[in-house]
Design a protein around this ligand. Structure first.
Ligand SMILES: NC(=O)c1ccc[n+]([C@@H]2O[C@H](COP(=O)([O-])OP(=O)(O)OC[C@H]3O[C@@H](n4cnc5c(N)ncnc54)[C@H](OP(=O)(O)O)[C@@H]3O)[C@@H](O)[C@H]2O)c1
Length: 264
């Protein structure tokens, strides 16, 4: 699709933009002219995303900031900085996340679970609070998108599921608190997609995934099968669709997954 300037002048902050969904979202949003503010820890990863976005965009501003959303105050300070330098902070997309889907009694590391909670729950909470303050100050239509997971409804993914369930409940609470504002909030719920997220999957969980797929007739050892593992661009398209809706409509929740269910 040719680049357009339809959304020119609107700034979007995307966390976790150095790979996976975040990178795909950045390229989709660049195509319709949003100004992009990309957050992640990997400087190199952010640069790859920014280069792709600049190529696809039409005079789109693309800026990167390497920061750790798990450190209290870093994301909110960046949100304030963007809001101070750009006239219109239109959206914050809380996408950065990690997955440690161990069972609770399986000897998993408590420090990793705390860090996961910081990244998957407290950082989006902190980002939303800072963004709402900035969005209320400009008073124009604005949007928060929190990336959850189908894992929020699956107990077998343990503390990861809990972090996403907490994110969803926080989002619902915020929606009730924002009813008199022009700020919409969407929970986007992906199924299983081919990104780097599974890199910390334990061998047992990996084996369960492969076995679960096999029991449904899919051979994951032969590479990515799109019937069970989606392309991140589909999530990016969903984000773009959500942001392109008129201000009088709020897509509260959207579940996007490949045709076959590969949940644990
Ligand atoms: N892929 C799936 O099947 C799936 C399904 C459901 C939900 N999700 C959710 O989708 C979101 C994106 O994940 P993904 O699948 O695209 O995985 P990914 O490729 O591993 O991307 C995760 C992103 O989060 C960033 N990140 C992680 N910790 C961070 C930190 N402390 N500070 C700043 N950035 C941090 C990573 O950047 P750096 O490495 O540069 O820090 C990376 O850009 C996550 O919230 C995940 O839970 C994914």
């Amino acid at each position: 699709m040719a680049a357009s300037t339809q959304q020119a002048g609107r700034a979007v902050i995307i966390t976790g933009a150095s790979s996976g969904f975040g990178r795909a979202i950045a390229t989709q949003l660049a195509e319709v002219g949003f100004d992009l503010f990309l957050v992640g820890r990997s400087q190199e990863g952010l640069k790859v995303t920014a280069d792709a976005a600049v190529k696809l965009g039409h005079k789109t501003t693309v800026k990167c900031r390497a920061l750790n959303v798990a450190r209290a105050g870093e994301l909110s300070a960046y949100v304030e900085e963007v809001a101070g330098s750009h006239r219109y902070l239109f959206a914050l997309i809380n996408n950065a996340g990690v997955m440690h889907p161990e069972p609770i009694l399986g000897g998993g590391r408590m420090d990793r679970w705390r860090a996961m909670m910081d990244i998957n729950y407290f950082a989006p909470l902190e980002g939303c609070v800072a963004a709402v303050a900035a969005m209320r100050a400009h008073g124009r239509p604005a949007h928060l998108i929190n990336i959850s997971s189908i894992a929020a409804g699956i107990e077998s993914m343990g503390p990861y599921s809990a972090s996403k369930k907490a994110l969803e409940i926080m989002s619902e609470t915020l929606r009730t608190e924002l009813q008199r504002d022009r700020i919409r909030i969407t929970v986007l719920v992906p199924g299983v997609f081919a990104t780097n997220l599974g890199r910390d999957l334990s061998p047992e969980m990996g084996a369960r995934l492969i076995e679960g797929a096999r029991s449904k007739g899919f051979d994951l050892t032969a590479g990515i099968n799109e019937q069970v593992m989606g392309d991140p661009q589909h999530i990016a398209r969903a984000v773009r669709y959500i942001l392109e809706q008129p201000a009088s409509i709020n897509i509260e929740r959207m579940v996007v997954r490949p045709p076959a269910d590969l949940s644990f």
